[in-house]
Design a protein around this ligand. Structure first.
Ligand SMILES: [Zn+2]
Length: 404
């Protein structure tokens, strides 16, 4: 199979033609006439597929929210070709046999690459550590996301064992009993950084969102700790003044405007290493009960690029190369995953953003049955319009992409 892609823009090349043969990029910029198909990308910007290290796919166990099939179709639509799946599932992947349930479903249904997190503690209950040594042979990372391990002695022991197994922990930092939601985050960050200094474990903070947390992480990096953090599209683009209902409810919650500005600043100065979505589908019925009673979490895959592109690239705060790096190379390097690169000899893992025309994101276009997105109705630039992995085109936006 030979595919010729034409009529696109690249970040650092004038080329507008690219050939994929048997799943591999074999030519950039040259002529090619013996193709099996030619795809006109409508002047979209061609990028490597994004890597999202924080997502909730809900299967096994919560298929009424989403399935591995529907979630990975949504990821493909959003331009995300690699996902790390959080372990708040049924069964929780806290042992090899429980992990195997999830792995089998991924093998059967996933449309993009999916890497499971293993739980750090049994059942994510924060009482006993999971089988870290056995699990570390099969997973890239450990997390109890959704829950913070509040027992710091247990966490320290977990850090030592993950360190010995050469793994990495992703932490949902939220201290129980703090005076405010902001303090819950940065107090946990401060406590955990002390243990990171003691144990020297590789450590990653999920979805940081308040000014004080970024200060602590910046200081820890200066001291040479092996620490990283992610920020979410919603904390970069929304704040608490914009809350209009349960589809604006997530954890950590939308913060003050000054915290949103600190989140953007952290991305700019490198304190925040990467962007991850915290994609978290919930059913319509679960979100229909009003803000106070509704569960935490919003959809993230399909709006990651347009929300951040519109708020930060279109306005000149960051350039598209930086955005691409924060969602591809940076997370892949930190978690030891592969990622697409646009170069001859690389396996094709390609997406294309329509940066010229704005359009309104609609409920009816969402893949899957959950529609809990605060971006429905928003007019945005930078939607993904094309996703190809190997020889397979797994998404295309028909209004923009033409087979020539
Ligand atoms: Zn979390």
């Amino acid at each position: 199979m030979k595919t010729l892609l034409v009529n696109f823009a690249l970040c650092d090349s004038e080329a507008t033609r690219l050939t994929v043969e048997n799943g591999v990029i074999t030519d950039i910029g040259g002529e090619c006439s013996d193709f099996d198909r030619c795809i006109d990308l409508g002047a979209a910007t061609l990028l490597p597929g994004a890597v999202d290290v924080h997502a909730h796919l809900r299967e096994p166990g919560y298929e009424h929210k989403s399935t591995i099939l529907s979630a990975t179709e949504s990821a493909a639509k959003g331009g995300i070709t690699r996902i790390m799946a959080m372990p708040n599932l049924k069964p929780v992947p806290d042992s090899l046999s429980n992990l195997a349930v999830e792995e089998n479903l991924i093998r059967k249904y996933a449309k993009v690459f999916v890497y499971p997190f293993a739980a750090l503690t049994e059942g994510e209950r924060g009482e006993r550590l999971s089988d870290i040594e056995a699990l570390s042979k099969r997973v890239k990372a450990f997390s109890d996301d959704g829950f913070c391990v509040n027992d710091l002695r247990l966490l320290e022991e977990g850090m030592r064992r993950v360190k010995a197994a050469n793994g990495i922990i992703a932490s949902h930092a939220e201290r129980r009993g703090a005076a405010s939601a902001e303090e819950a985050e940065y107090r946990a960050v401060a406590d955990e950084l002390e243990l990171v200094a003691k144990t020297k474990v590789r450590y990653h903070f999920c979805h940081l969102s308040v000014k004080e947390s970024f200060k602590l992480v910046a200081e820890a990096k200066k001291q040479g700790l092996d620490v990283s953090c992610e920020v979410t599209p919603h904390h970069l683009t929304l704040d608490e003044s914009m809350i209009r209902g349960a589809d604006w409810k997530m954890n950590p919650p939308l913060r003050k405007r000054s915290d949103r500005e600190a989140t953007v600043q952290a991305l700019l100065d490198g304190t925040a290493d990467m962007i991850a979505t915290d994609h978290a589908p919930h059913s319509r019925a679960e979100k229909a009960v009003g803000y106070a009673a509704a569960p935490n979490g919003i959809l993230g895959f399909e709006t990651m690029f347009p929300s951040v592109y519109t708020a930060l690239v279109k306005t000149g705060v960051i350039d598209i190369k930086t955005l691409s790096e924060k969602v591809t190379a940076a997370p892949a390097a930190r978690f030891g995953l592969g990622a697409g690169r646009i170069a001859v000899g690389e396996r094709a893992e390609l997406i294309a953003l329509d940066t010229d025309a704005a359009r309104v994101y609609t409920e009816s276009e969402i893949r899957g049955t959950a529609v809990n997105s605060p971006y429905i109705g928003a007019e945005m630039y930078g939607f993904n319009v094309f996703t190809q992995i190997g020889d397979k085109i797994i998404y295309k936006f028909d209004e923009k992409i033409k087979e020539a």
